[in-house]
Design a protein around this ligand. Structure first.
Ligand code: AMP
Ligand code: MG
Length: 325
């Protein structure tokens, strides 16, 4: 069972748990978050595992100040103006990632953009500063359930699955952050939330664009998103001539010796490790001189569900751009 500790007393313990790759429920002004070190792929995989999320959607990286944000994402003039006006606060910006950003690809679901914000809660900012890494944190509830705005609500949702809940009282805003994607030629409202559209429009001096079919709103939901260049063949029990192999576990598919390239998601068959390696593995195999990527069977249990969801999208026909959900 989780222990609930008041934020005034929780800093050292929460920082130690996060530094060791654990997940901790933390207060923010929007809703409680289920946080992990955004540089640590296996820690981020635990977020999905703990929530029971059936797919890898990109997460918001929480940072302690604008300086930390600029190490991870590229700010144009509008993004800088928005940060100065609304941070700390319930505004998330989707920005291009810097070339050297150490944010783990599981946080962005393999995208080259990063959703980032500075939360208001002073404990949470102190925690991020103490860890000196950003925290990836979706809402602290089981997948498909409503967000938690008190420590007791987090406990009811996840108390049997996590070690520590930091109690910062009721979330003052109580709804999720507003998410805008800031491009050089436009600003798009991806999700309404704690900061009003009009307040954002006042700062950027332009109307916020609505999400259209052409806009990739929640990229993880596009059926064929992250499709590698190469065709992907799932459930492979043998490797055909010319194919590269995405392997899983200790035993190899037949003919694996002739694979054009092989990456094993987890030799030990550990789904958490496999989740953490998934996006970089797909990228690496896509660069191989191969005709296709054969994927060994991955069990449809725990994180395997989200891994298989992602792989099915990678294998979907390329002209299918419809929403997956
Ligand atoms: P949550 O963590 O539940 O508050 O949800 C985060 C939201 O941010 C989801 O709707 C994501 O799809 C969205 N998001 C995160 N990163 C990106 C990104 N790089 N591009 C577009 N949307 C993003
Ligand atoms: Mg949520």
């Amino acid at each position: 069972m989780a222990r609930i500790i008041r934020q005034e007393e929780a800093l050292r313990e929460a920082a130690a748990l996060l530094g060791a790759g654990g997940v901790v429920a933390i207060p923010t002004e929007t809703v409680y978050g289920l946080a992990a070190d955004a540089f640590n792929g296996e820690a981020v995989a635990k977020i999905f595992e703990t929530k029971g999320r059936p797919r890898f959607n990109p997460l918001i990286a929480h940072v302690s100040n604008i300086g930390m944000a600029t190490e991870l994402a590229v700010f144009n003039d509008r993004a800088r103006a928005l940060a100065e006006k609304f941070w700390p606060g319930p505004l998330t910006m989707v920005l291009p990632m810097t070339a050297t950003s150490p944010v783990h690809p599981l946080v962005t679901a393999g995208l080259d953009t990063l959703a980032i914000r500075v939360p208001q809660n002073t404990f949470t900012r102190a925690l991020i500063a103490e860890l000196d890494h950003p925290l990836a944190a979706p809402s602290a509830n089981r997948s498909g359930r409503i967000s938690a705005t008190t420590a007791a609500a987090v406990d009811a949702e996840l108390g049997d699955r996590i070690e520590l809940i930091v109690d910062g009282g009721s979330a003052q805003v109580g709804v999720e952050s507003t998410i805008v994607k800031v491009d050089d030629d436009r600003v798009t409202l991806l999700r309404p939330g704690g900061v009003a559209r009009e307040a954002i429009e006042d700062v950027v001096k332009t109307r916020l664009e609505a999400v259209t079919g052409a806009t990739v709103q929640a990229p993880g939901m596009l059926l064929s998103h992250y499709a590698p260049q190469l065709p992907v063949r799932l459930g492979a029990r043998e490797v055909n001539s010319g194919e590269a192999l995405l392997a899983f576990g200790p035993r190899r598919a037949q003919g694996s010796g002739q694979a054009a390239a092989t990456v094993n998601l987890s030799e030990a068959g550990d789904l958490r490790e496999a989740a953490a390696n998934l996006f970089s593995a797909m990228r690496e195999l896509d660069r191989a001189q191969a005709t296709a990527i054969a994927v060994e069977p991955i069990p449809e249990e725990g994180l395997g569900e989200a891994i298989n969801d992602r792989l099915r999208r990678a294998a979907a026909p390329r002209d299918m751009t419809g929403q997956g959900e």
